[in-house]
Design a protein. Structure first.
Length: 314
């Protein structure tokens, strides 16, 4: 006899069939809370800090530190989404996130963020050291409790939010050496300065979204022209800051040459690209900034190991 003869058997089979789909959907929503694309960029910059640090690299230790850092970054992004869920619902770019769509409740997202933060910081202290764990905890607190609420108050939130965004190379460096040096802070300065034109470009081509959500970005407060002038200023500053690793002995002349070339090309996007639509120009600048950062960090690591030799893995 078929089990589908009566309606009772069919009804009982439906929940078990739905459960895998619901579980996968819930897991996918949790992953969305962590902003995977942002987390990947953090992992790349942290790995660069570790590869450039003096001394042998313990591969298992580095993998553990990367995993722990991913948890902390994911926690910060999840907590950010909890605090910004109403603003996200008003923005076209973010209205499909898990909280605005109701796929996850704020309570679940909050619990997930707190748990991931606690596990990540604890794991960093265990697999790396206390300094790395403290740096990660500081980055999370500045991002969630400083940058996130300040976005609705002042356009200077960008300068505050760039601090935690520049800490990942320090995490990589300190996870290898247990300390920080002047050389490690040159990486921090590069990441800090890079974020300023990068996010101002986003603020220009997403201006209407930010205005609807009440986020106080520079082009909304002082106009697109003021934001464009700031972008050019920060691009020139970034070009100068990008020389610092070479000047302290991390990259040598080959790196200085590549940093100069990349910086000039990136600067050209800001100077000569603004002839048509402001939004189109800002989008191109945004994409160029990503290519620039990957190219700069990649050239720094390659130039460093070209003269130093391959890293010692233990």
């Amino acid at each position: 006899m078929s089990i589908f003869v009566d309606g009772t058997s069919t009804a009982r089979s439906a929940p078990s069939a739905r459960f895998p789909r619901e579980a996968l959907g819930f897991a996918g929503a949790l992953i969305e809370l962590t902003k995977p694309s942002v987390t990947r960029m953090v992992m790349v910059s942290m790995a660069c800090g570790a590869l450039l640090a003096p001394g042998p690299i313990r591969l298992l230790k580095l993998c553990g530190a990367l995993l722990a850092t991913a948890l902390v970054v994911g926690a910060a992004n999840a907590l950010n989404m909890v605090l910004e869920r109403h603003a996200d619902a008003a923005m076209e770019r973010t209205r499909t996130r898990p909280l605005p769509t109701g796929r996850i409740s704020p309570e679940v997202a909050l619990g997930f963020g707190v748990l991931a933060a606690c596990v990540g910081v604890t794991l960093l202290a265990f697999v790396a050291n206390a300094l790395t764990a403290l740096l990660a905890a500081a980055a999370l607190l500045i991002y969630v409790l400083g940058y996130t609420p300040l976005k609705r108050v002042s356009h200077l939130a960008l300068q505050v939010g760039a601090v935690p965004g520049a800490i990942p190379p320090l995490l990589g460096w300190s996870s290898v050496t247990g300390s920080l040096t002047a050389s490690s802070f040159t990486l921090f300065l590069i990441l800090y300065t890079w974020q300023l034109p990068h996010f101002l470009a986003i603020a220009i081509f997403r201006l209407r979204d930010y205005e609807r959500a009440g986020v106080r970005v520079l082009p909304a407060v002082r106009g697109v022209n003021a934001a464009a002038r700031s972008i050019l200023f920060y691009q020139v500053l970034l070009l100068v800051v990008s020389w610092l690793p070479g000047l302290v002995g991390l990259g040598g002349r080959a790196y200085l040459a590549s940093a100069t070339l990349l910086g000039v090309v990136f600067l050209c996007f800001g100077v000569f690209g603004r002839r048509g639509s402001e939004s189109v120009w800002a989008r191109r600048l945004f994409v160029a900034s990503l290519v620039y950062l990957v190219g700069l960090l990649g050239s720094l690591v390659l130039c460093w190991y070209w003269f130093r030799g391959l890293p010692s893995l233990v």
